[in-house]
Design a protein around this ligand. Structure first.
Ligand code: UD1
Length: 438
């Protein structure tokens, strides 16, 4: 651990006996679902340092005297304005200190390129601790590099913290499942969001000392930004609010997201899903902010007839569509606040995303997951989520079940309370005090 005196950071407010240690953290983000998971940690680091600077007085201190210096790395796995920059703005994330500019590629190509470029940064920065979040290729690539790096002849390396550890779909055909397993097995600190994660990690033989049940930083973001999201103009833009009362229109709507390769990369599966949604789309409009890969597939497979495109530039674009229109309304990807607003007011959400299963559970909005499995079983057990599979009939059945259900809208899982990032920082401070470089 680099224990440099902290006066340079704390404007000389510390007396020499109580000089704070400085711990250097590298936090990695790369793809859209990383941003809302990392944002609360970055903001908790800022708050920690502010507390430190005000509480460290010549009369003593109350907070642990560890200054956390953060370096933010963006791998560039996602790079479109709508997939990246917009989220930095919405979530108040500072500009990355380093942008690796990796971009898209095959799994091997993308992962290898991130690893190659990240290794240079790691050797230059030599952090005490690396934070990776979620299960995307950037998560795996950076954790793997850090696990094999040697800063010196003794082979010192940073501690590796994995936020959202322990989730398992038990489906190894999912690239994310491979990313989760390997990242967990090279990490030193495993921050778990739900009970199943604790069991999975223990079943895989990982030491209890590494495992910390902290809750869900994605929910920290949701709770922090929910009221700001309610100010979003998206309901008006899409004509989903009645002009007279400014209440959400009685006309209900479904919010749809689909991007998993297993759902959209094969024409027949994608077609089945769209046919499964036809009955639902005849009952209420389906709003579909479309992921770039999904949009490419719609055109490639000639599936445009299922959609009323508004700003998605598909062939049958109809600029006059409005909220009362049935069918699937295809729109460009949304920023964090607009999406959160739309999700919070939806009658139903249909998705193949992981995070959206959790967000809808927290919001009490019924959710249908178009997959055969979920790595987030708590959302089905206590939350609002139903697994539909990908067959036409399965999707129709789940939609009817969710629309007709009168049951209470689930409960919020344990520790999804907006404090997860603080629990993570507490554990990090304790870990770096116990152990410096490995
Ligand atoms: C990645 C994650 C997935 C996550 C998803 C959220 C992996 C293995 N997958 O999938 O877990 O749920 O992000 O979006 O890490 N593209 C653009 N602009 C962009 C980014 C991507 O046009 O800014 C297009 C490119 O054609 C690219 C394709 O989308 O080839 C897929 O992008 P990629 O990052 O490989 O995977 P996602 O499907 O986004």
């Amino acid at each position: 651990m680099s224990c440099s005196g902290s006066q340079q950071y704390l404007n000389g407010s510390v007396n020499n006996d109580e000089a704070a240690k400085s711990v250097k953290i590298l936090t990695v983000v790369g793809a859209r679902p990383n941003f809302m998971k990392a944002a609360p940690i970055l903001s908790a680091i800022r708050a920690h340092n502010e507390r430190l600077s005000t509480s460290l007085t010549p009369n003593g201190h109350r907070t642990p005297p560890i200054f956390l210096q953060n370096v933010l790395i963006h791998t560039g796995q996602h790079y479109d304005e709508a997939m990246s920059d917009r989220f930095f703005a919405d979530l108040n994330i500072p500009r990355p200190d380093v942008h690796l500019g990796v971009g898209s590629g095959s799994h091997a190509g993308q992962t290898a390129e991130i690893m190659r470029r990240f290794e240079e940064v790691l050797l230059k920065e030599k952090p005490d601790l690396l934070i990776v979040v979620g299960d995307v290729n950037s998560t795996l690539a950076c954790a793997l590099v850090a696990s094999k790096i040697a800063y010196d002849a003794k082979g010192s390396r940073p501690l590796i913290a994995h936020v959202e550890a322990g989730l398992r779909s038990f489906d190894r055909s999912m690239p994310e499942e491979i990313n989760r397993i390997i990242t967990d097995h090279v990490a030193d600190l495993l921050f778990v969001t739900e009970e199943s994660g604790l069991h999975n990690l223990r079943d895989e033989g990982l030491s209890n000392d590494k495992i910390h049940f902290v809750g869900n930083t994605m929910i920290d973001s949701l709770l922090a930004f929910k009221s700001r999201a309610d100010d979003s103009a998206i309901l008006d833009t899409l004509g989903l609010r009645s002009v007279d009362t400014r209440d959400v229109q009685k006309e209900r709507y479904t919010l749809l997201t689909l991007h998993r390769p297993s759902n959209v990369d094969q024409r027949e599966t994608f077609l089945n899903i769209l046919e499964g949604l036809e009955e639902l789309s005849s009952l209420c409009p389906i709003i579909f902010p479309v992921h770039p890969r999904t949009k490419k597939k719609i055109v490639e497979f000639g599936l445009e007839r299922f959609f009323n495109a508004e700003n998605g530039n598909l062939a049958n674009e109809n600029p006059h569509s409005n909220a009362c229109k049935r069918g699937i309304r295809l729109i460009d990807p949304l920023g964090y606040l607009d999406f959160l607003c739309l999700m919070g007011h939806a009658t139903l959400v249909v998705t193949d995303s992981g995070g959206i299963q959790e967000e809808t559970t927290c919001l009490g909005v019924p959710c249908i997951t178009v997959r055969e499995n979920t790595e987030r079983p708590i959302t089905v057990k206590v939350g609002t989520n139903v697994l539909a599979g990908t067959s036409r009939e399965g999707i129709r059945r789940a939609a009817r079940q969710q629309l007709e259900s009168k049951k209470v809208r689930g409960t919020v899982p344990e520790a999804w309370d907006g404090r997860s990032a603080y629990r993570i920082l507490d554990a990090i401070c304790r870990a770096v005090e116990r152990k410096s470089l490995i």
